[in-house]
Design a protein around this ligand. Structure first.
Ligand SMILES: [Zn+2]
Ligand SMILES: [Zn+2]
Length: 284
């Protein structure tokens, strides 16, 4: 599968020279199956650039999954250019978010006084598909979901194709059990042996002391998870809105050092660790 990050910032989009390297757009990933299906995960502001790319590539059918519906994960939907064209078909995961269906969530984003255009004003064919839940297949990719320790109905996903897997756990607080948390052990099991894990690393260990219960992880808890799960590569994502490029690089440098030390002690292969920038492309 092919993976591209179109936005890795958490909580709110940012701009400015100090964020240029990791980017300012909020969560949006694109996964393409070897059989060609395009899967979009989250509709943060990064989906604006993805939409333009899909129009340029003349791709006309896409699947959309949501981790949850906090603003940073849905606010780009109104600027998703493929919605303007009637030849495009968007198959959207249909599920409940705190009692609202996915359609109702998008209708609420696109209505006065918040936005001048309604969801029904767009020409693309939208199909809300209830089968895209828990465990399902899109083309050659098997998808599995797990509730995250964050908010009601927040989900993480595992994408598996030809024995290779990519796990995406954003907005997941490993150090605190929110009501639907599955417990730290369950997240280890979910990520076990993943070739690539992207995990919420919103806080440094120091910052986290004042943010317990805010729904995001400290990077040290993420490193623990990656080691216990024995993942191949670890991408730190849901970048804090105040984290500059220089600070992000320092977080990655320290994380790599910790992982290398651990690998030296256990004899296990070292996990390669990086901060996930906008525009990162990976293949499995
Ligand atoms: Zn978020
Ligand atoms: Zn959230």
């Amino acid at each position: 599968m092919y993976i591209k990050c179109w936005g890795s910032r958490g909580s709110i989009s940012v701009s400015g020279r100090e964020y240029a390297e990791f980017g300012g757009d909020t969560t949006c990933l694109e996964v393409i199956a070897k059989t060609g299906e395009v899967i979009i995960i989250d509709a943060g502001t990064g989906i604006r650039r993805l939409g333009k790319s899909l129009v340029r590539r003349k791709a006309s059918e896409y699947f959309m999954l949501l981790t949850h519906t906090h603003w940073d994960h849905i606010l780009g939907i109104s600027f998703f250019a493929p919605l303007l064209y009637k030849e495009n078909r968007l198959v959207i995961q249909d599920r409940k978010f705190d009692g609202l269906s996915t359609r109702q969530v998008f209708e609420n984003v696109m209505r006065p006084p918040f936005f001048p255009i309604k969801l029904t004003d767009f020409d693309a064919d939208l199909y809300f598909d209830p089968s895209l839940n828990q465990k399902f297949t899109i083309g050659s990719i098997e998808v599995e979901a797990i509730p995250t320790s964050h908010s009601e109905d927040s989900m993480g996903y595992k994408f598996t194709e030809e024995g290779k897997s990519f796990v995406f756990l954003t907005d997941n607080e490993l150090g605190y059990d929110h009501p639907q948390s599955q417990g730290a052990e369950a997240y280890v099991n979910f990520a076990r042996g993943a070739d690539i894990l992207f995990h919420d690393a919103e806080y440094t260990q120091e910052e986290y002391k004042d943010k317990i219960g805010w729904g995001h992880s400290s990077v040290s808890d993420v490193l623990d998870l990656a080691v216990k799960a024995g993942v191949g590569q670890l991408g730190l994502i849901h970048l804090n809105q105040d984290r500059t490029d220089a600070q992000m690089k320092e977080m990655v440098r320290q994380s790599c050092r910790i992982l290398e030390n651990r690998a030296r002690k256990t004899g296990a292969p070292p996990i390669s660790c990086f901060g996930v920038p906008s525009d990162l492309e990976l293949s499995l």
